[in-house]
Write a protein that binds this ligand. Structure first.
Ligand SMILES: [Zn+2]
Length: 421
């Protein structure tokens, strides 16, 4: 048996040398940490072989196919921190109707298209945080992408996500009906352990919980799981090597999630100075999803650029700045699906608009997200040995963040999906 494996390995490594090799020549390279003028990047097969001055590269790189990227900045493939490939914009179809009325095959057909749009926008990885009623279909979508059947980003999937019974939606129906929910209900010791393990067994890379939701007496957000329940979920997931992340927008929901051991807080609208300090101390990152709020306000009639900013957004702006000033680590993730897939960069533009430095936003969307998602040894930086996930954009997004939307080239796993004419 041993001999057989060795033989196979040799064959594979021989095959690698015959693989496509590229020498990419942009104006500058953002390697995940800082900007470098006049750098080039050499790839072979699915790996980055070298980054730096082209004249310092080994002679072998001279055989590579040269791609002239004059006028562009080359960056690591961007990482979306909070997507829902199985949702589409709420101004097209409400969330309730997507969950209750859209057939699963229809949702998958849309997800296939959305995955391609995401990749072509330069997002070579997504952390997809829940199918919202489409069961474990993210596992199948991921498999089809990984096998090269359809183009799409690498996926870190959450499958169904966990909710406390009675707390989520769709809601508002006669109590006589059992209404399908957008995530899996589970409570208490045995039930929660089983649900976490089941989701992991079916393919979840990460467990997502809703630590609070709009189920208060007046429809306001209130905590759901107890702190003990969250700790149990985290313990169960962690023993399999998987992290837990929490949707939370109340201070108490955030506090319970942080104390329970989650790694990231999604949304975090109700964060207070005490909560930010706790997040910093416990090294819990915030995924602010600014673009979701921005989109929903526009769906409700706000004419961006003409009307004054709605109070909800002004508050989010203050809240984001407060977290930033408190030293909380930011995930770049917008809750895309609420708005169109392929416009993921809206979150990056808003992060700058709300007070973050462009270079810090570029870091968050590449090396930062890679580290927070435990992927730093594979992706998120332009560095010898890492996977060849690269994106080139016109201009320099470190000085004008909107340049990140001007995508010229997309490479994932050493394969080019989009390139300049
Ligand atoms: Zn979400």
């Amino acid at each position: 048996m041993r001999k057989f494996f060795r033989g196979t390995f040799l064959l594979i490594s021989f095959g690698c040398h015959a693989q496509t090799s590229y020498l990419l020549k942009p104006d500058r390279v953002f390697d995940g940490q800082s900007m470098h003028e006049n750098w080039a990047v050499w790839t072979q097969g699915n790996k980055i072989m070298a980054a730096g001055k082209a004249e310092d590269f080994p002679a072998e790189s001279h055989q590579a196919q040269v791609i002239d990227l004059q006028g562009t900045t080359l960056l690591p493939g961007l990482i979306e921190g909070h997507s829902h490939l199985f949702l589409h914009p709420y101004n097209e179809t409400s969330w309730n109707d997507q969950v209750l009325k859209e057939p699963r095959a229809y949702r998958t057909a849309r997800a296939v298209k959305s995955a391609e749009q995401t990749l072509l926008a330069g997002f070579t990885t997504v952390r997809d945080l829940g199918t919202e009623g489409a069961e474990y279909d993210d596992v199948g979508l991921k498999k089809a992408i990984d096998e090269g059947i359809i183009p799409g980003p690498r996926m870190i999937v959450a499958t169904r996500a966990l909710i406390a019974s009675g707390s989520y939606g769709p809601s508002g129906f006669s109590p006589d009906f059992v209404v399908p929910q957008g995530a899996e209900e589970a409570d208490g010791h045995d039930d929660l352990i089983k649900a976490v393990r089941r989701q992991i067994g079916k393919g979840a890379d990460v467990i997502k919980i809703y630590a609070d939701y709009r189920w208060g007496p007046n429809g306001e957000a209130r905590p759901t799981f107890s702190e003990d329940e969250i700790r149990l979920i985290v313990e169960t997931a962690r023993s399999s090597g998987r992290p837990v992340v929490a949707h939370a927008s109340t201070a108490e929901g955030m506090r319970r999630a942080i104390m329970g051991g989650v790694e990231t807080i999604e949304h975090g609208d109700g964060g207070t100075p005490e909560v930010w300090k706790l997040m910093k101390d416990k090294k819990v990152a915030l995924c602010p999803t600014l673009a979701a709020g921005d989109a929903i306000s526009q769906y409700r009639g706000w004419r961006k650029g003409q009307d004054p900013e709605p109070e909800r957004l002004a508050e989010k702006r203050r809240n984001f700045k407060q977290a930033l000033d408190a030293g909380v680590t930011m995930v770049m993730g917008g809750d895309v699906g609420v708005y169109s897939h392929g416009t993921n960069a809206r979150e990056m533009v808003l992060m700058v608009d709300y007070g973050m430095k462009p270079l810090d936003v570029l870091k968050a969307a590449t090396s930062g997200n890679a580290r927070i998602f435990h992927q730093e040894n594979r992706i998120g930086s332009i560095q010898k040995g890492l996977l060849a996930d690269l994106v080139a954009v016109t201009g320099d997004p470190a000085t004008a963040i909107t340049d990140i939307e001007k995508v010229q080239l997309v490479m994932k796993d050493g394969k080019i999906y989009k390139k300049p004419e």
